[in-house]
Design a protein around this ligand. Structure first.
Ligand SMILES: [Zn+2]
Length: 112
């Protein structure tokens, strides 16, 4: 299933990319090819599509409540990665890579 033999993957939402990728070489893994339940795939897909809803892309700045929105998104992502881990079983390692974009934007703003 994975490009490398390690069977380690990470769940990480990003703009326009599949949310699950190989943790060794960072190449995207096709969610459709994963041996997961349809329900979970849909949840992961929906979750990934919500990525960045705390960012006003048009004006390249953060929306109000960006930190809370991102924290919520990260919380759900953690829950989903646990579910993926459970469905895949012990043969695989799934870890969640939380989004830090809101904090990233904030620290840029706070620079002089
Ligand atoms: Zn790989």
């Amino acid at each position: 299933m994975l490009c490398c033999s390690k069977n380690e993957m990470k769940l990480e939402a990003d703009v326009d990319t599949d949310p699950i990728c190989c943790s060794q070489c960072n190449c995207n893994l096709d969610l459709d090819d994963m041996p997961l339940s349809l329900e979970l795939k849909e949840k992961v897909q929906n979750w990934a599509m919500q990525y960045g809803k705390w960012i006003d892309w048009h004006n390249d700045r953060l929306c109000e409540n960006s930190l809370e929105l991102e924290a919520e998104h990260n919380h759900l992502g953690q829950t989903l990665s646990d579910k993926i881990q459970r469905e895949l079983g012990d043969g695989y390692k799934v870890r969640f890579s939380p989004s830090l974009s809101a904090r990233h934007y904030m620290s840029e703003d706070s620079q002089f």
